[in-house]
Design a protein around this ligand. Structure first.
Ligand SMILES: [Mn+2]
Length: 306
């Protein structure tokens, strides 16, 4: 029997809005609710795909700004998973390391929140299935300058081994260094799958282990552009790993260049603008699209005195 799970990270539930453009009340509300709606999409995906587990690799919350309302929302969603028999495994990241909510919230028994000591949890999946072991460790502080990989328990022979880790890997611009490590360190563990979090952009490495940084499931402004997604993962009894990307973002942000070069009159300009934005809308994988535009001006329009 295959083991199937959804892997996400950096949900940043109820993250405050950073973009001035989002001061527009309607837009602000849409984007303000988007992290929650994306999380509902993730839970819906777990239920419709009837997965065994949801793996959350850190930064579920944005930090201390989040209120008990966030906790109430999360409890409702966790209850949906619990009722469907979907287990939840989560570690803390740098943004939710100190979250008071994480400490106060009481989860059902189907939810595992890893603490400051490494743990390896074995799952019962029926007699004939290959056993599954899920390794995790949360660092208690918002800063973690050293690698955590060496602290994890060794892989369990004959089992599918999955590790949850919040890490900046070898370093990425715009992301604070946190439990840095490199792909070789992760591969040396010989785990089957490393479920990473922290970097908001998706990347996959398929060498001796499958190492997945899923990116965030919902961007928050133009600097987190592109469609956002989670991983739907199937690990067969022979331990082959199959990763599918599933889009979860409600709204996505894109930088769009409107090229008016060669546009000679206003009518042509209007159709060019509409055509460019329409094509961007068409290409988007989310229900809503927020664009930052850059306009390449038309020399002809200018010389016409327009
Ligand atoms: Mn993080």
């Amino acid at each position: 029997m295959a083991f199937r799970f959804v892997h996400t990270a950096d949900v940043h539930l109820d993250s405050p809005l950073r973009s001035l453009a989002l001061r527009n009340p309607e837009l602000g509300e849409l984007i303000g609710n988007a992290t929650r709606r994306a999380f509902v999409n993730i839970v819906d995906l777990c239920l419709s795909e009837q997965v065994n587990a949801l793996l959350l690799a850190g930064d579920l919350y944005d930090g201390d700004q989040t209120s008990m309302k966030t906790a109430r929302f999360l409890s409702e969603q966790i209850r949906r998973l619990d009722q469907a028999g979907v287990r939840v495994f989560m570690i803390r990241g740098n943004h939710d390391a100190l979250s008071k909510i994480t400490r106060k919230l009481t989860y059902p028994e189907t939810v595992k929140v890893y603490g400051g000591r490494p743990e390896a949890i074995s799952l019962e999946l029926g007699d004939r299935a290959t056993p599954v072991v899920i390794h995790g460790l949360s660092f208690a502080q918002a800063q973690c300058p050293e690698s955590l990989v060496g602290k994890y328990k060794p892989r369990v022979e004959g089992a599918v081994n999955i590790g949850l880790l919040h890490t900046s890997l070898a370093g990425t611009r715009g992301h604070d260094p946190y439990a840095p490590c490199n792909v070789a360190d992760l591969e040396a563990t010989e785990f089957d799958y490393w479920a990473l979090g922290h970097i908001h952009k998706r990347s996959i490495s398929t060498g001796r282990c499958t190492i997945v940084m899923p990116g965030m499931p919902q961007g928050r402004d133009i600097n987190e552009s592109g469609p956002k997604s989670v991983s739907l993962v199937t690990i067969a009894d022979d331990r082959t790993v199959h990763v599918e990307e599933r889009f979860t973002s409600i709204a996505q942000f894109e930088r769009v260049v409107i090229d008016l070069d060669g546009v000679a009159d206003w009518r042509h300009m209007v159709t060019t603008v509409a055509g460019t934005l329409g094509a961007a809308r068409e290409a988007a994988n989310s229900e809503h699209l927020g664009v930052g535009t850059r306009i390449v001006p038309s020399d002809t329009l200018r010389s016409n005195g327009a």
